[in-house]
Design a protein around this ligand. Structure first.
Ligand SMILES: NC(=O)c1ccc[n+]([C@@H]2O[C@H](COP(=O)([O-])OP(=O)(O)OC[C@H]3O[C@@H](n4cnc5c(N)ncnc54)[C@H](OP(=O)(O)O)[C@@H]3O)[C@@H](O)[C@H]2O)c1
Length: 498
């Protein structure tokens, strides 16, 4: 791997401590960092290099996946770390930063390959990119890269504006947009695993898929993110990015395997084929919800509008379910249902692919993305015709949980390598906003009712009706299962590790 300087904006922040330093340390332990590597951490607070290094060490002790026991290894890792005070608005700070970066490049005798990682609020992205450009930090003989994390804009117009400004300083191939769902090992290996599953269950390759369900259910409420979340809601926080990325990653893999080179092209093709929703469709195809008070794992929790920092009359969405259609020859007859929400009964990210069958037994391919991971094949009774026999046929593959890498490890490694396969391309981001924008307007004009659902449920019952109208139901919601049914449709039971 080429030598590089990692310029980290927001080096004193939470994301850096919890994710970025542990990921870098793991890469160091696994010998996946460049042999000549320099990191310059930035923030407004005054810190000496030594204090910075000791803060980083502390975060490794608290959050690292590998046990931090060998002092020499940690010391060697921290040797690359320097700290510099920088206020994003102060141009002179960038000039001083440039001097430090160059000094370190000379000291280490490394090519000026610079990765600018923006672990700061999105309101700073444009200022930082512009100042990198104007200060000369970005004029390098080697490569330069910009890493940012969603949100990429607040709506279609602001996303375009943001991208336009970024493009004054960085070309599209130099911009790495993190959608951490794309860094999840299960998402990255989904194609490969689905195809080995279909190799074993050969008949499925020729069978029609009746519907697809993509769920990302959280048990947490708004927590400390009220300021951000109350202006974003589930639609911007989850749906526009993570959920549509999951849809893209899944649909490009079926029916045929795609090559890595084709991933971007195919994802864009899918997004272009997503049938847009007109005003009438929106009210029929989108369910908006907000959690009320309820019970999560035996504990009483308050409703959204009673949360700290949330306006008592907030109309913000904490849940969205939608029915989507892809207008291409393979997918045109297959509805895709997506739902995501906070304060739901269980934490799970899962995709269920339901196959057409003649009898009551339904064949399902299940992609468990989190907290457990694996791909399973299961034959289940349809709800209406349940009997005592529910027959899990086979599970295909799964990972040992302990060996699962954190998404940031993979993504930072890929960015250092210059591999953009699992980063969001601007075209995908723009197409996602284009698809979502009519829903944002409908929310704004209150065309879609806001349904209050009890915390600890699976969301508003209107989300069940969305599927019931087409003759389906959400798989693996525990409410669909009678208490005395020993099989419960609990797919974890059938997991095995290879
Ligand atoms: N935390 C997470 O788990 C997480 C997960 C996904 C995405 N994100 C995203 O990552 C970004 C950072 O989140 P965070 O949780 O790390 O935030 P945070 O804890 O509030 O940290 C913000 C960082 O920005 C720096 N900063 C703030 N204002 C600055 C300014 N004017 N000039 C220079 N530096 C400034 C702060 O340093 P000083 O105070 O020293 O200036 C601090 O290092 C956000 O966009 C967030 O949405 C976070």
């Amino acid at each position: 791997m080429e030598p590089a300087t990692f310029v980290l904006f927001g080096a004193t922040g939470d994301l850096a401590k919890r994710k970025i330093y542990p990921a870098l340390f793991q890469l160091f332990v696994d010998q996946k960092l460049p042999s000549s590597f320099s990191l310059i951490g930035l923030g407004r607070r005054e810190l000496s290099h030594e204090t910075f290094q000791s803060n980083v060490e502390q975060s490794l002790i608290t959050f690292s996946r590998s046990e931090v026991k060998d002092a020499d290894v940690v010391k060697k890792f921290l040797r690359a770390f320097r700290y510099h005070v920088l206020d994003v608005d102060r141009k002179e700070d960038y000039t001083k930063l440039l001097r430090l970066v160059e000094e370190r490049e000379e000291e280490l005798n490394i090519t000026p390959n610079r990765m600018f990682y923006l672990s700061v609020g999105p309101e700073f992205f444009e200022t930082i990119a512009t100042n990198i450009h104007e200060s000369g930090l970005g004029s390098v003989d080697g490569w330069k890269r910009l890493v940012i994390e969603k949100p990429f804009g607040h709506d279609l117009e602001s996303a375009r504006q943001l991208n336009h400004t970024l493009n004054q300083a960085f070309d599209e191939p130099e911009i790495y947009r993190i959608d951490h769902y794309l860094g999840k090992p299960m998402v990255q290996r989904m194609g490969q695993l689905l195809h080995s599953a279909l190799w074993e269950q050969a008949d499925l390759r020729t069978r029609s898929i009746t519907n697809i369900q993509i769920s990302a259910n959280e048990t947490l409420g708004v927590e400390e993110r009220a300021g951000y979340y109350d202006h974003a809601g589930a639609i911007r926080d989850m749906f526009q990015n993570h959920m549509l990325q999951l849809l893209m990653m899944l649909t490009i893999e079926l029916p045929n395997r795609s090559s890595v080179d084709e991933v971007g092209k195919l994802k864009r093709k899918i997004m272009k084929s997503l049938m847009s929703l007109n005003k009438m469709d929106i009210t029929q195809h989108v369910v908006r919800g907000q959690y009320g008070a309820g019970e999560i794992k035996g504990e009483q929790v308050v409703g959204y509008t009673d949360e700290l920092g949330i306006a008592v009359d907030s109309q913000n969405d904490t849940f969205i379910a939608a029915k989507l259609r892809v207008d291409d020859p393979f997918w045109k007859d297959t509805p895709i249902y997506i739902r995501t929400g906070k304060r739901l009964k269980e934490k799970v990210t899962r995709i269920v692919i339901e196959y057409k069958s003649k009898g009551p037994l339904k064949d399902l391919l299940i992609v468990e993305i989190g907290p457990n991971e694996g791909i399973f094949f299961q034959r289940s009774q349809s709800d209406k015709e349940r009997s005592d026999v529910e027959m899990p046929v086979r599970s295909q593959l799964s990972f040992m949980k302990e060996s699962v890498k954190d998404a940031y490890e993979t993504l930072i490694h890929d960015a250092l390598l210059g591999d953009k396969t699992y980063f969001a391309h601007w075209d995908e981001v723009e197409l996602s906003w284009e698809w979502v924008q009519p829903i944002l307007y409908a929310y704004q004009d209150n065309l879609i009712p806001l349904h209050i659902y009890p915390a600890g449920s699976y969301g508003p019952h209107e989300a069940d009706e969305l599927l019931a109208r087409d003759g389906f139901h959400w798989w693996f919601d525990f409410k669909n299962v009678s208490n005395n049914d020993s099989t419960k449709g609990d797919i974890h039971t059938y997991e095995y590790n290879t």
